[in-house]
Design a protein around this ligand. Sequence first.
Ligand code: F6P
Length: 548
Amino acid sequence: MSATATAVQTPLTSLPAWKALQAHYEKIRSQHLRGLFQSDPARGTRLTAEAEGIYLDYSKHRITDETVRLLLELAEQSGLRERIEAMFAGEKINVSEKRAVLHAALRAPKGVVIKVDGENVVPGVHEVLDRMSDFSNRVRSGAWKGFTGKRIRNVINIGIGGSDLGPVMAYEALRHYSQRDMTFRFVSNVDGTDFAEATHDLDPEETLFIISSKTFTTLETMTNAQTARDWSLKKLKDDKAVAKHFVAVSTNAKEVAKFGIDTANMFGFWDWVGGRYSMDSAIGLSTMLAIGPENFRAMLAGFHAIDEHFRTTAFAKNLPVLMGLLSVWYTDFFGAETVAVLPYEQYLKRFPAYLQQLTMESNGKHVTLSGDRVNYATGPIFWGEPGTNGQHSFYQLIHQGTRLIPCDFIGFAKALNPLGEHHDLLMANVFAQGEALAFGKTPEEVKAEGTPDWLVPHRVFEGDRPSSTFLLEELTPAALGKLVALYEHSVFTQGVIWQIDSFDQWGVELGKVLAKKIVGELEGSGPAKGSHDSSTTTLIERYRKQRK
Ligand code: F6P
């Protein structure tokens, strides 16, 4: 393992920049954004950054130039530069799993050399991409036929976590570019309803399943895959049909073969791709089938553009670095617990859900790389909904509640579906929300509107609520790749500052083990057999009685 991956680090809270930020926070915490803008009208143009067609306005944050300077120092003192280099060089920075972290290699152009254990991984990436392209073209054109000779009209991706959330999000986000005479569905939950509803109106003769699982052992996916096999064969009545109606995306060829899928119909990836970082690997096969290989490659180019930006741009102008540092600022100094992601773009409706796994499975950690308990807060809770819908549900709390919730607003200058005034109305709302959150409405302003005294407190907006605004030209495949890469690298930046392993996920294990044990105890109706606490035992017994 490399020196960079394991180097003993000065504890975060002992770094000079951390201590300076603590002192600085005490000075800045009571400064209102109203005052900050009044005394420095240029901050709305200065506290911005732009790269690869993405404009980031971070002026509506509770920061000054001094805050930014100290946060950038924190990044330097945390060794972010070396850690970025280590990641791109294929070092095993996922220390607890002893793995390299190379999602950036998935979108590296041909000719780039990225080595893992001395082997250049980029040619292998392109070999899989070419096979995916060939397969996608055949299915999309109708050349690939189902077992009975019918054209494939329906594609169902079966997977969960990173093998589902990326594909669903990308399909929804890029639906505008999708082949409209094909149906795409996604089954993830072990709840049988998910499978039943996804297939109830489909014909097995026209349906292709993509079984997506890095490990090919995940309970939910394997259960759904078996159900899909039964559903198909009930109509197709011949095991040979599996070869025409099932393909696999996995790192585990042995398990794929065991399931009965011809490994010629398997698209591989590698252990240096984390599940939540895999939507641009073969896990994106459903995306490619929907939008076509050219659009998929355009998305990869978008990812790559931000990889290069992250790797080479000075931190002061580096979008993911700035995003990551702002998140640390609110999480650790203001004590903010959550971040709201608010895309003003209906096609991005699953983007917050996708980001939940990316951010929370990555940075929901309580020990450092060397296994010590952290004494500061790590990964915030991510949540959100598209605007303007959220405005009519939870924005009340963001505007007038007692919590500080930094918001990420995402908007596009051009509509993909221009209809009358819709887009101007949409964008007017995104700008209005950032303004209202930051500046609010004072009691004097409320009174001046003729509001009776008793009602004034209810109608006051304190303001001083921070937000970033991301403005892009149009939601294209490339723009989506750029957006996702921004958040990926922001997550990494935060993880480096917090000195945690952003690439493992041990926290999902215990529940899986217990579920396996309990499932064997649900048969019968007498007292529960397993040794559990009194609460779990009672619940199991009650279930056994009621299910009969
Ligand atoms: O349970 C968590 C997890 O391991 C995720 O990290 C992963 O994305 C998901 O399960 C699915 O795993 P697999 O692709 O191996 O089925």
